[in-house]
Design a protein around this ligand. Sequence first.
Ligand SMILES: [Zn+2]
Length: 115
Amino acid sequence: MKDRNILDTVIEFEKQIEAMQQQFGAFKQFIALMMEEQQALQTENLHLRTRLEEVIAQQPAAEEKNNTTPDIGEGYDNLARLYYEGYHVCHVHFGSTRKDEDCLFCLAFLNKQNG
Ligand SMILES: [Zn+2]
């Protein structure tokens, strides 16, 4: 009777270890996913930074003083270009990649800027 109890305990313990192994596996997958996502975000961030510097470099230097009215047409061109390069320019997803899908928010926003 006592041996039976010990065997039950060992079997129960083994089940717990197996459950923990499964949880650990899921945890590992989660970590891998997070690392992948972080890598993608870093790459996207770098790309956006580069793009932003390009866009800033194209702005006329005279705009540092507020005595010129901002050129709406040029701002629109920059946003439209960003959009066609595959980035959201809408306030909902601004700066994230569109993954080759049109975004109604972006299109509505660009339409409003242009009209
Ligand atoms: Zn959008």
